[in-house]
Design a protein around this ligand. Structure first.
Ligand SMILES: Nc1nc2c(ncn2[C@@H]2O[C@H](COP(=O)(O)OP(=O)(O)OP(=O)(O)O)[C@@H](O)[C@H]2O)c(=O)[nH]1
Ligand SMILES: [Mg+2]
Length: 542
């Protein structure tokens, strides 16, 4: 029987690989140099591969511990308000530390709304001047003259109710302006400068030239072209605004304010640079805080203006849509227009600042008992500007997003977009939702829907605005908030199912994000659900 005899080369203790790779014994210097060069190149490639594997692992680890949430939806859908709820619910200490810095923002909201009413008044005066001065008329009298009371049509608890929302105000009787209105307008004139000062203090000035002040500038009249509805032939509420409350970002207005308070060194040496030309005008809590002083000085006049029935009727007739939070602040002038005013949690949640661009926030969870602490401690939340011109800027954030919270305001079925009056706001939300759920870039993203502003929907429907008139597909269903919310929930759900590139779960909530208590509980379950889903996916990928 033939015996197996190993070839000589593989005999003994020699490493077979080494034998193969060993340079030939008769290698010339040129061949050797060539071989070494090739080996060095191969090593470079191998090192590069190792490095890329290392980076991938690090990115995965980072991704795993950093959860990225995108807040999307049209302008004024409630994205920034939802972000504030996240902070209030999950990072209460950081929230409390920042609350005082919102004072100037709340003051700006209030002053902005008063100036908005004064603008409307000025326009009315041009066509319908106030009656000749009468002696003994005080601007503080809340009772309107008998003639004016006679001419008003709105209900007391809903000054901008059916007549505003549905465009059925009786304009045949002229509004009766009196000397009281002229006097109020005059006495409240200093608030113009205060608004400018506050905007500057909050860093709004550097937005000039970006078109960021939006379509309704201070010069825009409340008598712009009426909205021509595209489909139903029904009137929609016009979005006529005075200059938008628009600042670049959360961080930058806080920085700007810090500069105003503490000077450019930013360390509290008491050399406030003031606002406009007034040195130290915004140093908080000091007698030099001009804004607070002037606002407090105007308190009674502001109240008299806002509570005046002729003024309310004027707003209803002009079908003006003020900021959603305007009434909240205007109804609480006594508290806000005070020298000792400090913002409450609700004030901060309601304070409106339009978001410009994409703002990134680090949300550090305090006191959480998370499913997995390594991924529940810190989230990156992206809050975007929702106006049409801002939407292209969202796309680069799609790829890395783990989850997306889409806000659709459901009270706006009879309103048009501020940036395009021919587009119904609800229709815009539908179209946006369709493209978000259908996006291939977002196919692995967990999507949560908030059908928001339920309170405003309920108020509008209670005032008698007919849904069917603006949304013919609604048919003869009940004109009530619960039925309409359920109907929309179903519609959004159907689109989600139809357009998602891959099957995925639908999470839909009906919300009112200015209700911080209810929102806290919704956000807790959203957070737990998101983390659970995220972990399941991570297990599949890892
Ligand atoms: N009553 C009521 N007001 C709401 C609700 N949600 C948001 N608001 C108000 O609506 C206004 C707009 O809310 P934001 O959160 O600033 O809207 P946004 O989506 O961030 O808007 P952009 O920054 O312009 O894209 C603010 O005045 C909020 O206080 C709600 O559920 N009910
Ligand atoms: Mg915003």
């Amino acid at each position: 029987m033939a015996k197996f005899s190993p070839s000589k080369s593989f005999a003994g203790n020699e490493d077979p690989l080494d034998v193969v790779l060993r340079p030939p014994p008769d290698e010339t210097p040129d061949v050797r140099a060539d071989r070494l060069r090739r080996e060095a190149e191969a090593k470079k490639v191998s090192d590069a591969i190792d490095e890329s594997i290392r980076q991938e692992k690090a990115a995965w680890k980072k991704n795993k511990s950093l959860f990225r949430l995108l807040l999307l939806g049209q302008s004024e859908s409630g994205k920034s308000t939802t972000l504030k709820n996240f902070q209030l619910t999950f990072a209460p200490q950081a929230w409390a530390a920042e609350r005082a810095s919102w004072r100037a923002v709340v003051q700006l909201n209030l002053v902005h709304s008063i100036n908005f009413v004064l603008d409307a008044l000025a326009q009315e005066f041009t066509a319908n001047p106030p009656a000749r001065p009468r002696t003994g008329v005080s601007p503080f009298s809340t009772a309107a003259p008998a003639s004016a009371q006679h001419s008003t049509a709105s209900s007391p608890d809903s000054p901008t109710g059916p007549s505003l929302a549905d465009g059925i105000a009786d304009t045949s009787v002229p509004l009766k302006f009196t000397e009281k209105h002229a006097l109020l307008k005059l006495r409240l004139a200093p608030l113009r400068h205060i608004e400018t000062d506050l905007r500057k203090a909050l860093g709004a000035a550097d937005l000039a030239g970006e078109g960021a002040l939006g379509p309704g500038s201070m010069r825009a009249t409340p008598f712009d072209e009426p909205y021509a509805p595209s489909g139903s032939g029904s009137a929609s509420v016009r979005s006529v605004r005075s200059a938008d409350l628009c600042l670049r970002s959360n961080r930058s207005w806080k920085d700007a304010l810090h500069m105003q308070y503490h000077g450019h060194g930013g360390h509290g040496h008491g050399h406030g640079h003031g606002v406009g030309s007034r040195e130290g005008a915004l140093t908080p809590g000091s007698e030099r805080d001009d804004a607070t002083e002037v606002i407090a000085g105007c308190r009674e006049d502001m109240k008299a203006l806002w509570e005046d029935e002729v003024v309310r009727e004027m707003l209803a007739r002009q079908r003006m849509r003020m900021e959603d939070s305007a009434e909240f602040f205007l109804d609480d002038i006594d508290r806000i227009a005070s020298r000792t005013y400090e913002p409450s949690d609700d004030d901060v949640v309601r304070a409106r600042l339009r978001t410009v661009g994409v703002q990134e926030y680090q949300l550090k969870f305090e006191n959480v008992a998370g499913v997995d602490r390594s991924i529940s401690r810190e989230w990156i939340v992206y809050d975007v500007g929702g106006a049409r011109s801002s939407r292209a800027a969202w796309v680069p954030y799609f790829e890395d997003a783990n989850a997306l919270l889409f806000l659709a305001p459901i009270n706006c079925f009879d309103e048009s977009l501020e940036e395009d009056r021919n587009v119904n706001r609800l229709q815009d939300s539908f179209v946006l939702w369709k493209s978000v759920v259908g996006s291939k870039l977002l196919r692995r993203c967990i999507i949560v829907l908030f059908l928001n502003k339920y309170d405003l929907l309920a108020k509008k429907l209670k005032a008698g605005v007919p849904i069917k008139k603006h949304l013919s597909s609604y048919g003869d269903r009940e004109n009530t908030a619960p039925v309409f919310a359920k109907y929309l929930h179903q519609k959004f759900r159907e689109q989600h199912k139809e357009y998602s590139p891959e099957p995925r779960s639908f999470y839909g909530y009906v919300t009112c994000v200015v209700d911080t208590k209810a929102t806290a509980s919704t956000l807790s379950s959203v957070r737990d659900g998101l983390l659970q889903q995220h972990l399941q996916r991570a297990d599949l990928v890892a």
